[in-house]
Design a protein around this ligand. Structure first.
Ligand code: ADP
Length: 266
């Protein structure tokens, strides 16, 4: 709490009293602290690849160019780091558009089975490479639902890409869509991967929060995937949650508003 005292002056009597203003600044300070932490994180995330690129270009300049096989390895490191920076900046722009509520939702009636099959197709190469089995379950008689297909595709892509990153070869990923009694649409994604320790679960949707920074970076992660997914689901008026058992697997579940309400909104 911030307290400010202002004396009350009366010309003929001098100071006759004091006004004390009690202001709750905890929320404001928390916001400010998280903003500072975010800027520090962004700077750090960009500085790391830039430093790598700088040292590898210096090494090329210092003679590695004379050794073509070595030069080619260095160039591919530079390419990887550049691609990671592009991904990071793209994710940041996306988040900033979602923060500014600039991302207009272009809702269209969508068939859920089609959508889940399309996600599986986009990742089929990676799944085959890692020998990961993908299951799709869609409740029978599920009506089309109304949402921004591109944005929800982004949510699914982020979740599937995590499931694949953090699941060992031979594991499985299951996507499921169902509608509850109250017509709330629930989509969940279950993997048989490494899981997330209990102590990290509360913070896992925060920007740049990762269980293992080095591992996430090596996998090409930006640490923003889950926070982007959460913003998109919130923009649709839904909820998102994550359950995980260390060494057993992770399940992410998100909901979208009742299908009937969506019809009315249309
Ligand atoms: P990243 O780009 O690091 O994957 P995310 O925001 O998508 O960033 O995820 C944050 C962190 O949550 C990851 O670094 C990882 O530690 C953990 N995580 C996310 N999804 C899973 C999953 N399916 N299994 C295990 N850990 C996960």
């Amino acid at each position: 709490v911030r307290v400010t005292f202002t004396p009350i002056h009366r010309r003929e009597f001098g100071i006759t009293g004091t006004i004390a203003v009690l202001q709750d600044v905890t929320e404001q300070e928390k916001l400010e602290a998280s903003r500072r932490e975010f800027v520090a994180n962004v700077s750090h995330e960009l500085r790391t690849p830039l430093t790598t690129i700088k040292s590898y270009t210096e090494a090329l300049d210092d003679g590695a160019l004379e050794d073509p096989p070595l030069a080619s390895r260095f160039v591919s490191v530079i390419q990887n780091e550049t691609e990671r920076m592009i991904r990071l900046v793209t994710d940041l722009l996306h988040l900033s558009r979602l923060d500014n509520k600039e991302a207009l939702l272009r809702k269209q009636p969508t068939d859920l089975l089609d959508m889940l099959e399309d996600v599986a197709d986009r990742f089929s190469f990676q799944m085959r490479q890692k020998d990961i089995h993908c299951g799709i379950l869609v409740q029978q008689g599920m009506p089309k639902a109304l949402f921004d297909r591109d944005q929800i595709d982004q949510v699914l892509d982020n979740l599937v890409s995590n499931a694949l990153k953090y699941t060992q070869a031979g594991g499985s990923v299951t996507m499921e869509a169902r509608m509850a009694e109250d017509h709330v649409l629930t989509i969940s994604l279950q993997d048989t991967g490494i899981g997330i320790p209990k102590k990290d679960l509360d913070r896992i949707f925060e920007r740049f929060y990762r269980v293992d920074k080095a591992r996430s970076r090596n996998m090409g992660g930006t640490g923003l995937g889950l926070s982007i997914a959460r913003e998109i689901v919130y923009a649709h008026g839904g909820t998102i949650s994550l359950q995980s058992e260390l060494g057993q697997g992770t399940r992410v579940t998100f909901t979208l508003p009742p299908v009937e309400a969506q019809e009315v909104a249309k």
